[in-house]
Design a protein around this ligand. Structure first.
Ligand code: AMP
Ligand code: TRP
Length: 333
């Protein structure tokens, strides 16, 4: 039997960046060939931060377009939007009822985010976020959940809830494993090569976005911070900027870092940056163009998402019915 995987991504930014792509999304594409894959754009989770409706709508569509553009194939994978499948909220409530307050309070993502926004502006949805995430996952009975290291604690809670439910009410859920994605490279900010490339960076000058124009990305790469040396060699401590560019070059071309270093013996940073800019734009240009093409025909894009939601809904409704029955809730006659 092919194993099932499920993952989700929030539509909270205008574009995914190179770190998301090389660190996670490329692996989503690979997994769809070997697994029965469910990929969800978690728009309801995006409501835990303040919402600009026009912008959110645009970002949800842009997220779907980018996922298709990088190669998520809707014939192989079930690509859908969380809010299109009501069972997510319904099962989320059940999990809220079996999660301890203290247990939820220990979630580090909640602690970080609530500390940042202050107690007065912390919404209850941020607190119950992990229970909705557990529902996203367990509705589909996946064996594996491919996510980044930062999600490990949420997957642990998901496993605990599945086991708790199963032992109290009967074996309804498959207990999933975390498939912590090993990034082919940890991609750092081009302007601040000691911090991770991140969508919450204060400036986008060091962030390569999939939907940026090739010109913008070339400029960002050519202005990447480097050191005062001249050898193109990998040394994360002394040469963080050049090492990051080497990692990016290697991750995109599939070449080894030593073989790239060998090509630049006797050449300077200028030549190297020019070539990095070229491999990056060569690989991102078709993605950007495909995404823009998907966005031009909103009707067709919505149709792909409708089919995805229909497939997802069939699986999710069945799980929810099993859960309700196990809990003793009466079916509607
Ligand atoms: P985020 O939306 O920032 O949580 O990122 C989604 C996923 O992309 C994460 O789970 C990571 O696996 C991956 N990712 C994000 N930023 C980077 C980065 N700078 N380098 C490598 N992988 C990253
Ligand atoms: N919390 C995840 C993140 O911030 C997003 C997410 C929501 C998710 N539901 C999910 C990831 C289900 C995997 C599976 O990245």
């Amino acid at each position: 039997m092919v194993k099932r995987v499920l993952s989700g991504i929030q539509p909270t930014h205008d574009s995914f960046h190179l770190g998301n792509y090389l660190g996670a999304l490329q692996q989503w594409v690979e997994l769809q060939s070997t697994h029965d894959a469910y990929y969800c754009i978690v728009d309801l989770h995006a409501l835990t931060v303040e919402v600009d409706p026009a912008l959110l709508r645009k970002r949800i569509l842009a997220s779907a377009a980018q996922l298709l553009a990088i190669g998520i194939n809707p014939e192989k994978s079930t690509l859908f939007i969380q809010s299109h499948v009501p069972a997510h909220n319904q099962l989320g409530w059940v999990f809220e009822c079996i999660t301890g307050f203290g247990e939820a309070n220990r979630m580090t993502q909640f602690k970080d985010k609530s500390q940042k926004s202050g107690a007065d502006r912390t919404v209850v949805g941020l607190f119950t976020y992990p229970m909705l995430q557990a529902a996203d996952i367990l509705l589909y009975q996946p064996e594996l959940v491919p996510v980044g290291e930062d999600q490990r604690q949420h997957i642990e809670l998901t496993r605990d809830l599945a086991q708790r439910f199963n032992s109290s009410y009967g074996e309804v859920f498959t207990v999933p494993g975390a498939h912590i994605l090993k990034s082919k490279a940890k991609i750092m900010d081009l302007q601040e090569p000691t911090s991770k490339m991140s969508k919450s960076a204060t400036s986008l000058a060091g962030v390569i976005e999939l939907l940026d124009t090739p010109e913008a990305n070339i400029k960002k790469i050519k202005s990447a911070v480097t050191d005062t040396g001249r050898e193109v060699t990998f040394d994360e401590e002394q040469k963080a900027g050049i090492s990051n560019l080497l990692s990016i070059f290697a991750a995109i071309t599939g070449r080894s870092i030593p073989s790239i270093e060998a090509d630049y013996v006797g050449k300077g940073y200028g030549d190297f940056k020019k070539d990095v800019a070229e491999v990056v734009t060569d690989s991102l240009k078709p993605i950007r163009e495909a995404a823009l093409t998907y966005l031009k025909d909103e009707g067709a894009l919505l149709e792909i998402l409708r089919v995805g939601a229909e497939r997802a809904d069939a699986v999710a409704s069945q799980t929810l019915a099993d859960v309700y029955q196990a809990l003793g809730l009466l079916p509607r006659a």
